[in-house]
Design a protein around this ligand. Structure first.
Ligand code: GN1
Ligand code: MG
Length: 540
């Protein structure tokens, strides 16, 4: 450290000179357009001529624009432009300090900050962790820049001023509520972008992308806005979910499984709550994205359906000893098909949207099956069928498959975990997965109940759950399929009549189209009911 050339011999230039001498420079000289003095060896415009004699230089102007302009000229000319850091300043080893910065007496520059070129952190100022002071900005005497702030290029933070976190705009977070949620879970400072995710009919779901160590954006979290029209008590929903997933972690640990991928892991907000409530009173929750997993809307290879059966059978076993009484009933009488029938009748009677005229045959289809609705409910009331901890929404797209092995990996959508009937979980899987078409296929000629897929599911499910199920429960499974399908169709049709207030829809008849596919499946199941029993016997 021999000589330092300082552009600007004003008050701040003199402070920099003193600092430079303390840092060990042997000789310090100035360039200045106005000031005279022994150590002023020329005007600023002479800087090019002096380069070989004075290879190290800084621009020490108090004015932000001038300091930045001259710093850039020096850099361009090929000068070595050091950062001048006073020995009494405290600078974190993880802070990035660029060329031509000044960090003056007793300033504090904290962990993971970035101080860009020609920025000035003046005496006694504090820049807290993860903040950025952009090129040529000035953080004045004794001011405080709190964590996660960005001070824009050329800005002056006045002496004694306190800057509170300025929010970055997050791409894809196009509502204030979503942005608030991203910040509530602590992803605001790093999040690259968010984008819609999944195909659920009830909640709103987003994937949260974050930069990985080599800068590629990867989905790391899933943010979900819980639909409070459907789930009236989100705190109870979340208590169920935390209880069950933490319990499952223990079970998976004992099984020697993969804790990060075989059950969902939920995250609490920065203030420790199980969910975040936005300004509109809507709850948001957050979980880890399960890496290398896939989700299907329809069976693509029969093997998948067999794997899903094993997964749901396994799930029933894993939760076999879970204290069912600790679970809240998040949607009361969710699969009480008798109640669903009465709700349906009421929707037809009220016909608030005058849509009943559009679906007379479908309405008749349901009304003529009133007796069926009570079959399983009666067996439950008589104690023939036991209550278990069930998922209650076991469609194929509520399970993640391993991207490599193709095996069932993780059961998702745990909102409706409640005490329920095994037959209902079995049945809901058949309803959705043993169909030859998607749930909203408009062309009914494409929609069939595929008894071979049914057989595969029976096989996979009983391989896992046979030892747990009572003989009566096993016998109840085909009814579960019929009734879950009828019930779901009834719910779609009731929602159509009520003006699509429950399920998300993409077009006006969407719920009617969905109801029709379900009724087609019910009809075919009824025709093949004997065969469904015969198949069951083969695997019992
Ligand atoms: C709903 O949220 P999602 O799409 O997984 C519904 C199920 C229906 C299903 C029909 C809480 O599930 O009951 O069977 O749509 N969930 C709720 O696809 O009502
Ligand atoms: Mg779902």
């Amino acid at each position: 450290m021999e000589t330092l050339l300082i552009l600007g011999a004003g008050g701040f230039g003199q402070m920099v000179k003193e600092t430079a001498l303390q840092l060990g420079y042997k000789k310090v000289v100035f360039l200045d357009d106005a000031a005279k003095g022994e150590d002023v060896i020329g005007m600023c415009c002479d800087y090019m001529l002096l380069h070989s004699e004075y290879p190290v230089a800084v621009a020490a102007f108090g004015n932000n624009r001038t300091r930045l302009q001259w710093t850039d000229k020096l850099i361009e000319e090929g000068y070595e432009v050091p950062a001048i850091i006073h020995p009494s300043a405290i600078v974190s080893p993880s802070a990035v300090i660029e060329q031509g910065c000044f960090i003056m007496q007793r300033a504090v520059v904290n962990t993971h900050t970035r101080i860009e070129r020609a920025a000035l952190i003046n005496s006694g100022a504090v820049v807290d962790h993860d903040s950025v002071v952009c090129a040529g900005a000035h953080v004045c005497l004794g001011s405080i820049v709190k964590a996660n702030c960005t001070i824009e290029s050329g800005r002056k933070v006045e002496a004694g001023e306190v800057i509170f976190s300025t929010r970055r705009k997050i791409e894809g977070a196009d509502s204030r509520c979503l942005e608030d949620a991203v910040y509530a879970f602590g992803f605001g400072p790093q999040c690259s972008y968010v984008k819609p995710f999944g195909e659920g009919h009830i909640n709103e779901t987003y994937a949260v992308y974050m930069p990985d160590p080599d800068g590629t954006d990867v989905p790391l979290y899933v943010l979900q806005r819980v639909n409070i029209n459907v789930f009236k008590n989100p705190a109870q929903v979340m208590e169920n979910i935390f209880g069950v997933t933490e319990y499952l972690r223990d079970v998976i640990r004992k099984e020697g499984g993969d804790l990060d991928r075989e059950t969902l892991s939920y995250i609490k907000t920065k203030s420790g709550d199980t969910y975040f409530e936005d300004d509109q009173g809507q709850p948001w929750r957050c979980l880890h994205y399960v890496p290398n997993s896939v989700c299907y809307q329809q069976v693509e290879r029969p093997e998948q359906f067999y794997q899903s059966a094993r997964s749901f059978g396994h799930f029933l076993m894993q939760l076999g000893d879970y204290p069912a009484e600790s679970l809240y009933e998040t949607i009361p009488k969710f699969h009480d098909t008798v109640k669903r029938f009465h709700d349906f009748e009421a929707a037809v009677r009220k016909d608030v949207k005058n849509r009943a005229r559009l679906c007379r045959p479908e309405i008749e289809f349901v009304l003529s099956r009133e007796k069926d609705c009570g079959v399983l409910m009666e067996q439950l009331q008589k104690g023939v069928l036991p209550l278990r901890v069930t998922h209650n929404d076991t469609k194929l797209n509520n399970i993640l498959f391993d991207g490599d092995t193709g095996k069932g990996l993780c059961i998702i959508d745990l909102d409706t975990i409640m005490p329920g009937l095994a037959a209902n979980d079995f049945g809901d899987s058949i309803r959705f997965g043993a169909s030859t078409a998607e749930e909203d296929e408009p062309d009914l000629d494409k929609v069939h109940f595929d008894i071979h897929l049914y057989e595969l599911y029976v096989k996979g499910y009983l391989e896992m759950a046979n030892n747990v199920l009572t003989p009566e429960e096993t016998k109840s499974l085909p009814w579960g399929a019929r009734l879950m399908t009828l019930e779901c169709g009834m719910r779609f049709l009731a929602d159509f009549l009520q003006g699509d207030v429950y399920f998300k829809t993409a077009y006006p008849e969407h719920n009617l189209v969905r109801a029709r596919t379900q009724f087609r499946l019910v009809k075919e199941m009824e025709e093949q009911f004997e065969e469904m029993y015969e198949i069951l016997k083969k695997y019992r």
